[in-house]
Design a protein around this ligand. Sequence first.
Ligand SMILES: Cc1cc2nc3c(=O)[nH]c(=O)nc-3n(C[C@H](O)[C@H](O)[C@H](O)COP(=O)(O)OP(=O)(O)OC[C@H]3O[C@@H](n4cnc5c(N)ncnc54)[C@H](O)[C@@H]3O)c2cc1C
Length: 386
Amino acid sequence: MAGRIECDLAIVGGGLAGGLIALALRKKRPDLDLRLIEAGPRLGGDHVWSFFTRDIAKEDRWLAAPLVSYGWRGYDVAFPAHARTIDTSYYAIESERFDRVVRTSLAPGQLIAEKALGVGTTAAVLASGDRIEAKGIIDARGPGDMSMFEMGWQKFVGRELLLADPHEVTRPTIMDATVEQVDGYRFVYTLPFTATRMFVEDTYYSDTPTIDRNAMVDRIHDYALAKGWVTEAVGREETGALPVVMGGDFDSFWRAGGARLPKAGLRAGLFHPTTGYSLPDAVRLAIRIAGQSDLSTPALLELTHGMANRAWTDRAFYRMLSSMLFRAADPDERYRVLERFYRLGPGLIGRFYAGRTSVIDKARILSGKPPVPVGRAVAAIRGRRG
Ligand SMILES: Cc1cc2nc3c(=O)[nH]c(=O)nc-3n(C[C@H](O)[C@H](O)[C@H](O)COP(=O)(O)OP(=O)(O)OC[C@H]3O[C@@H](n4cnc5c(N)ncnc54)[C@H](O)[C@@H]3O)c2cc1C
């Protein structure tokens, strides 16, 4: 027979955003009677999430620190006309560790391993027929309907290669764009996990989200061979197509996900419009929620909608850059936009990824000779295809 559970707060979706909220609340509000509802076998799914040290404010780092699997003191980028090492720390979180840390932080019974079939403002109905009634609900079920956005895609296949011999790489390469340019802006991303474990991701800023896995796996293989890395076995594999937003209607997006439901993560539209990354916002939101005394649905709606709405307004500049990348540059010339960007100062680059670009940064990014035709750049800024 179906049951009924009453609690203070139900978080629906134990991915990055929902898991971080649960973890923050367990640390700051251990007496709160919460439930984390996750349909999949593992909290956080099957990802590697990376971030730069500046993506997370110093006072917020306590939340991400226990989740970090690897850290490096700098990273490289490489383009046809320019290569560089940037002296900024970079970190990676593996979902296995994310699952372990969040799961063990929860009290017995707080994790509900089930799919929610329906989510309302005071209750969630589970596949088993059980009903969770909560004073506060947060919808963190991952990407919702994004059809009201104008988008391009950052898509990728990543593989962890277990190598026969130790490599000599000491830093991640965030973008190696010296590779053949196919299907938009293509680059390879590498993370040296250990001396014989190398994560290699073949990535595209593409007009379509379609992933040709076999072709991308072959390109990863060729890239590793060219580097002299002999692969003995393949560990994890991840694929993704992240939204790169150029414009759209934020209010319709929010309404489509349930106008009165508090939301978190991609479901709230809390991601960087140019990179599709959501980790910095997810940490910020989790900490805001853990610091708020009223966790009822109306109060959480005000908080999450307010933060997402402000982010949408403040990030018009990034949507314009996305637009320039996709509309002003021919697909095989897109790399020039990033090549030029990576000649700028490390502080500016850091603030860009963190979504904290200053007015002066914006002027610097846009000044000088654009790497794309001026007429098309202007058309892109006005929102038309050049
Ligand atoms: C492979 C990959 C790599 C990425 N790398 C980075 C990165 O390095 N840095 C970065 O900032 N961003 C990265 N992103 C982008 C983004 O940050 C992630 O997609 C992030 O996981 C989004 O967090 P989220 O909580 O919104 O959604 P998700 O993490 O997808 O979580 C949603 C969760 O809700 C669960 N769920 C859905 N429906 C239900 C239901 N009905 N009932 C119960 N549970 C449900 C899902 O099983 C899932 O666990 C990456 C994305 C992908 C796909």
